[in-house]
Design a protein around this ligand. Structure first.
Ligand SMILES: C[S@@+](CC[C@H](N)C(=O)[O-])C[C@H]1O[C@@H](n2cnc3c(N)ncnc32)[C@H](O)[C@@H]1O
Length: 278
């Protein structure tokens, strides 16, 4: 196999990462694998993977120079690939690099779409395509089956983007919840009446009440528990099944900085189908 598709240096840029990225990629690969195996037998018109914060396709662990496949190259090389892919990034150079790598994979190039720009506006291009594919009723053929991985660096993912994706018939979501990004911004954003990055992340201002109540309880762990539960209640309002597992690490794995043991982010998995819980 070509170096571009292997977890090794290939002369192209890779995303500088900490050791903890391995844990994130483990969960993403696992979700994709289970999703594909469970779903591929049905008559979906298309099975679509959407990665609106895709990066260049590979990561490099800064301390060890170990190279890893990032989410786009993992999704392109699974046992049962999706039929269509949408990869987006704000940075043109990342998309150019990813395109060069993806050109070597077995998936038809016509079915891999690249988008440069803010995920919160580019999502509309993806939605327009899915709507077009789903528009016509075809007897015996199910609508598109979609999985979106939303993996920003901090708080760049706006709630409205999640809500747009959620309007599609079948759209599983893996959402990067930036615990670290919120911790750094909550006080500052709470203190202003203006619309803030945190208001955009939660899609409204009710997080302020949730935050205030949790703060009054004076338990730092409880703040994120309360905010994640609030975020998940909004997903539930959009028709998503809320995972009931009593083990919170199993529900929303917490990725920590492996050197400082500091919490970085959580992954929230959301499906409209009860099977997603598995
Ligand atoms: C955490 S990285 C993604 C890593 C990737 N999922 C992987 O597994 O290799 C986040 C990416 O989002 C991009 N980004 C940041 N803000 C963005 C925005 N508003 N819209 C789209 N992409 C953005 C960054 O350039 C970066 O490549």
């Amino acid at each position: 196999m070509n170096d571009y598709l292997l977890p090794i240096a290939d002369g192209l840029p890779a995303r500088d990462s900490g050791e903890w990225v391995k844990e994130k990629l483990f969960y993403v690969k696992r979700y994709i694998d289970v999703f594909e195996v469970a779903m591929r037998g049905k008559n979906w018109r298309r099975r679509i993977f959407i990665d609106l914060f895709s990066g260049p396709g590979k990561c490099v662990i800064r301390d060890t120079n170990e190279h890893l496949l990032g989410s786009p190259l993992i999704s392109l090389q699974t046992q049962y690939p999706f039929t269509d892919y949408y990869f987006g990034d704000l940075d043109q150079a990342n998309i150019d690099t990813l395109q060069q790598r993806a050109a070597n994979c077995a998936v038809s190039q016509a079915n891999i779409h690249f988008l440069v720009g803010d995920a919160n506006s580019k999502v509309n291009d993806v939605i327009a395509d899915i709507r077009r594919f789903d528009k016509q009723y075809i007897s015996g053929i199910l609508p598109c089956l979609n999985l979106a991985f939303l993996d920003p660096e901090g708080l760049e993912l706006e709630w409205e983007t999640v809500a747009q994706l959620a309007k599609m018939n079948r759209m599983d979501l893996i959402i990067h919840y930036s615990q670290n990004g919120l911790t750094r911004n909550l006080d500052k954003c709470y203190a202003t009446e203006k619309d803030t990055i945190v208001d955009k992340f939660f899609g409204d201002r009710k997080w302020r009440d949730v935050y205030k109540t949790a703060l009054n309880r004076r338990e730092s762990i409880g703040i994120h528990r309360a905010l994640i539960d609030y975020y998940k209640s909004k997903l539930s309002d959009l028709g998503y099944v809320v995972i009931k597992d009593s083990d919170e690490i199993a529900r929303e794995p917490l990725i920590r900085n492996t050197q400082k043991n500091a919490p970085l982010y959580r992954l929230i998995f959301a499906s409209k189908h009860p099977l997603g819980n598995n």
